[in-house]
Design a protein around this ligand. Sequence first.
Ligand code: 0X9
Ligand code: ZN
Length: 305
Amino acid sequence: AHSYTKYNTWTDIVAWMSSMTSSSSGLMTKQVIGNTYEGRAMTVLKIGKASSSTKPAIFMDCGIHAREWISPAFCQWFVKEALSTYGTDSQMTSLLDQMDVYVLPVFNIDGYDFTHKSNRMWRKTRSRRSGSSCIGADPNRNFDAGWCSMGASSNPCSDTFCGYTPESEIEVKNVADFIRRNKSTIKAYLTIHSYSQLLLFPYSYTYDLAADHNELMKVAEGASSALRSLYGTRYTSGPGATTIYPAAGGSDDWAYDLGVKYSYTFELRDTGRYGFLLPESQIKPTCEETMLAVKGAVKFWRRIS
Ligand code: 0X9
Ligand code: ZN
């Protein structure tokens, strides 16, 4: 059964998406953006008050990397908070009145399912190609942003394999197509990973600073101080290349170069004690503090944009 304080299986998440949509009184709708390599439906949840005029939107995905279980847990938490506090929390109410939030709860569903059934430390997709016995590519090296130029591997057996071509992974193609289709409304892109407690922004495929570096840094610092205010958890902010490592083909750099200015990668708890195996007892505090960061960032960029 589904629980917000457990790491849910894909089957439980599917049932949860349906029941949440049904009970949302029209505040949330579901939309399939394509299937994964193994044929699972990739479902985007659109949350926002229906409006006759076009609203600006935020796109958030979780679970690009299969083993980063706290990430899908956060997307589920966010959906719960959005639906349950709309109408009572003034910040959430005005956010959903004025904007739509697209949430993809699990990006790499095949990989996520594999971590539950076979190999807890799997990272990549589960695609196969004749000519190699190794499976999958790193979805966060497969976007068309300086593709495979640095911090990525062209060896199909590597955990950071960039894929055979940009968007060779169907999951990446489906998400990129969706964002391209909705490019005129999507103003912010958030992608949730773990672990390291970082708030990263472009670029990671080059050491060049983004044109909007100063503004991206201000929003990140505002968000991390909001996050820290709850339990004192410390985050570091900065461009990916210098803050974590150079790595091309990431979704954040790709979205930014497409024109989505507020493009961020969150690396959630912890800093390595448990790493990807973050205990379930930390789901609630991690999600609560991350909610403050996301709401803080939204508030800030709505003020300045
Ligand atoms: O390496 C990654 O893809 C991310 N770290 S993780 O430990 N979750 O794998 C960092 C991504 C930063 N952004 C880009 N490299 N574009
Ligand atoms: Zn990751």
